[in-house]
Design a protein around this ligand. Structure first.
Ligand code: GLC
Ligand code: GLC
Length: 814
């Protein structure tokens, strides 16, 4: 069954039943101030770094689930009944509940006892704050006397410490309340120069800042004592748990509507101006007050919301498509693009499944995220590339992760994931194809953030490629290191001690285990780098790269081929992984998808065979599983992959991130029907009807759908923050629809289903708007293009010579 519906016109998903199988979330903010918000107002906010600068508390993996949030309560001051218009936390029965998740905003509301209430939550562009606009309407025939309450619980900044270090933390909480604004200033007395604030547009009837005063002893957010009593207590927190709660009294005539604005924000003062007066302990509020006053004004709040709408419309308009398939349209035009922004911003840090304290930004993850994001904000992509490459090591290797607040490589996890450096080439290449901004290659970039070690970005790419040349194994394939794309294929780990990290424990010398996947990645990266070198006039260098690529292809054909499909790897004993000789794990998706995507075996039938085997052994109606048969027990020589019960995650789950590799591979073979069929199997919108099985949001991809070996086959987990977003976007847009960026211009090469009569699209590319219309006149993928009426040779549309800003492209498929 469904729990809501898409509103494509407004670019919203509308949830109409609050008890969704899991919290269905959205993201607020897209620059520095962020929050997650569920369909029942659960979630939290942070500034830049979900671990180090967390503003509000959230209780992960709690019961009932999804507690901690941006909670509004209404109380009928006559009947004394109270409820939450967002259902949680009181879970009172409501009429007309709805949650509209839109582009950077969420509106939650309902009606109860004739009182209609909606709250619109969003983060204005260029500000470090969030706005809640609560609208209350009296639909009764009589007057209504209502108290409205709004509340949040402050986090003491470092989310990890906040959840563990109670002996200190119960003593340090401090707040100030001035002119009705609640300021959270824990640790401001010492080394912090930042504070949070929580303000309300209306004269308050009371406030609370001490959690126990608000909730009462042994009570939860579902039944705050002060709300029940109808009067906040003006408590001032000293230690324990600082919160923010406001109360406003409303006396509404029949039909009357009132709006109350709440602003929750973050502010940093210059260190020398922390206090006012300077020798006091009182926060200097002169800089923040105008900001607060501005956004408490409903007109300013509305204007900020309108700007946000325009901003998103502008981003999404860069590529819009109209195909016969509604699920393709809404994912490409709205949700998949939107999710790519979230993965770019968050990497893998903060979602319902990622606690925000676990990981920094992944080197390989963030580079791949660029594939789906670079067209929307090239300047930010450029900055990200330079940040990432500055954490690269002089060996060409890379820190596996870095912290967004410090932008430095993470020492705890270190490097040695031998696929990492090649993703930088892939990311930079995507950037160059989109923008044509060749200057980025000359940017001086440090190694390991060491001042003085600056070399042009191009030097980083050269070292990335060479990294593998000096790390080849006994079969001439790349050594795998700690892991390749598959974090859980840990062939040098051999860990028998519970709790050890599979990624960083290494008990072998690393000179034997090899990866066929990295070989495929090397081929792609090598070709991209050769094209870049050629563009720079470095023809000899380009030729060397292509020689190395050709050599590697030969090695893969000889040492990486199992007869019917590509092998996955060789382990530390030199034994095959992903071979019919294996008892379990005979065939894997990664090497088959990626080698064909890289073009290996297109000319000698191997590609066709590999994909046929992939379809036969790995494809299910819910997507393509990672390997078969699943590992039924723990293998010391394989590592984490065999730690998962069969059908989950990397052990034969449908790891949605690599399904698009097979889509692209099928498209390269000209199989449009199958490519789009695979696309549809994991398309969340196409799975909306089975929400009870799928369980995650129907508007964004999840990292994993349980594979056929799991009793929960078809159930998704870990939605939002996954490389699935970028790769699916890239697969459908660039390879199935075939609107592809190249170094020389926009290429048009669709490989679409036979049943489609065609499609139309608009693409803004390097400042020119291309209006594309494709018509199918035959069964195949041959395309004849005309550009502004003139036939084009080949299918790469060069930039218009005469500076035209609009170009019309017509394509006939036969
Ligand atoms: C996770 C990681 C990613 C890895 C994948 C497969 O999504 O973030 O880096 O490639 O798992 O293990
Ligand atoms: C986990 C996940 C994988 C992740 C890795 C590193 O096992 O399955 O997706 O990349 O650990 O955190």
């Amino acid at each position: 069954m469904k729990y809501g519906h898409f509103d494509d016109l407004n670019r919203e998903y509308v949830i109409t039943q609050p008890d969704t199988p899991l919290p269905w979330i959205n993201y607020l903010g897209c620059q520095a101030y962020f929050g997650i918000i569920s369909n029942t107002a659960g979630g939290y906010s942070f500034y830049r770094d979900a671990r180090l600068r967390r503003l509000t508390r959230y209780r992960y993996n709690n019961v009932p689930m999804d507690f901690g949030g941006r909670y509004v309560y209404l109380r009928d001051d006559e009947s004394r009944e109270f409820w939450s218009p967002s259902w949680q936390p009181t879970r009172t029965e409501l009429k007309d509940y709805s949650c509209r998740h839109g582009m950077g905003y969420t509106v939650i509301g309902s009606t109860r006892g004739g009182i209609e209430a909606h709250t619109r939550y969003f983060v204005p562009l260029d500000e470090n704050l969030e706005i809640w606009q609560l609208t209350v309407t009296n639909r009764r025939a009589t007057r209504a006397r209502i108290s409205a309450f709004a509340s949040i619980e402050f986090c003491l900044w470092d989310a990890q410490d906040d959840a563990t270090n109670f002996q200190r933390n119960f003593n340090i909480g401090e707040v100030e309340v001035e002119d009705g604004v609640i300021y959270h200033k824990t640790e401001y007395r010492e080394r912090r120069n930042h504070f949070a604030y929580y303000a309300c547009s209306e004269p308050g009837a009371g406030f609370d800042t001490q959690r126990e005063a608000f909730l009462g002893r042994y009570r939860g957010w579902d039944k705050p004592a002060a709300v029940e009593a109808g009067q906040l207590t003006n408590s001032i927190a000293h230690g324990w748990s600082p919160i923010g709660a406001h109360q406003v009294k409303l006396d509404l005539a029949p039909g009357e509507t009132r709006q109350i604005v709440f602003v929750l924000g973050y502010h940093e003062n210059p260190v020398a101006q922390k206090f006012d007066p300077p020798n006091s302990q009182t926060i200097n509020k002169t800089l923040v007050k105008p900001v607060i006053a501005k956004y408490l004004d409903p007109k300013q709040a509305d204007a900020a919301f309108e700007r946000l709408r325009q901003y998103w419309a502008g981003l999404l308009d860069i590529f819009q498509v109209n195909t016969p398939d509604i699920h393709t349209n809404r994912m490409v035009n709205i949700w998949n693009a939107y999710q790519c922004m979230a993965t770019f911003n968050m990497s893998r840090s903060a979602s319902f499944f990622e606690s925000g304290i676990g990981r920094g930004l992944g080197f390989r993850d963030s580079n791949q995220d660029l594939l789906g994001f670079v067209h929307m904000a090239p300047a930010r992509a450029r900055e990200r590339i330079l940040d990432l490459s500055a954490t690269q090591l002089e060996t060409g290797g890379a820190y596996h992760q870095y912290q967004p607040l410090t932008k430095r490589g993470n020492n705890d996890i270190g490097g040695g994931f031998n696929d990492d450096p090649h993703w930088l080439i892939v990311g930079v290449s995507a950037y160059l194809k989109e923008t044509g901004d060749w200057s980025i290659l000359d940017e001086p970039v440090q190694y390991d953030n060491e001042p003085g070690s600056e070399k042009p970005l191009y030097d980083h790419l050269q070292r990335s490629f060479r990294y593998t040349l000096t790390r080849l194994g006994p079969h001439g394939l790349p050594l795998i290191g700690r892991a390749d794309w598959n974090d859980c294929l840990n062939l040098n780990c051999f860990s028998d001690t519970p709790g050890q990290s599979f990624q960083t424990t290494t008990n072998k010398d690393g000179k034997v285990a090899e990866s066929v996947f990295i070989a495929g990645l090397f081929v792609i990266a090598g070709r991209e780098l050769a094209a870049i070198a050629k563009h720079r006039g470095l023809h000899n260098e380009a030729a060397t790269y292509l020689e190395e690529v050709a050599k590697m292809e030969q090695v893969v054909r000889k040492q990486g081929w199992d007869g019917e499909w590509f092998l996955r790897a060789y382990d530390d004993f030199g034994a095959k992984i992903g071979s019919r000789e294996c008892e379990e794990g005979k065939i894997f998706i990664e090497s088959n998808g990626f080698c064909v995507l890289a073009g290996i075996g297109l000319d000698d039938g191997k590609a066709n065979k590999a994909l046929a085997a992939t379809g036969k052994f790995l494809a299910t109606k819910h997507g393509i599983v990672l390997q078969q048969p699943a590992y039924s027990k723990y293998y010391l020589n394989l590592g984490e992959i065999s730690s998962y019960p069969p059908g989950y995650k990397e052990n034969a789950g449908i790891f949605c991130h690599n399904n698009p590799w097979v889509m692209i591979a099928e498209a390269r073979l000209g199989h449009g029907d199958l490519a789009h069929d695979y696309y549809s199997r994991i398309n969340p919108s196409a799975r909306e009807e089975i929400s009870d099985l799928h369980r995650c949001e129907p508007y964004v991809y999840a990292q994993m759908i349980a594979g056929k070996d799991a009793p929960t086959h078809g159930e998704a987990k870990n939605s939002w923050l996954t490389g699935t977003a970028a790769w699916n976007y890239y697969a459908i847009v660039q390879w199935i629809l075939g609107v592809r960026t190249t170094l020389d211009g926009l290429e048009i090469a669709p490989v679409i289903p036979k049943s489609w009569p065609g499609f139309t699209a608009t693409r803004t590319f390097r400042g020119v708007v291309y209006r594309i219309s494709i018509e199918r006149k035959g069964d195949g993928n041959r395309i004849a293009l005309t550009v502004d009426g003139s036939p084009l040779k080949g299918n790469i549309v060069p930039p218009p010579a005469d500076g035209r800003k609009t170009v019309s492209i017509k394509g006939i498929l036969t």
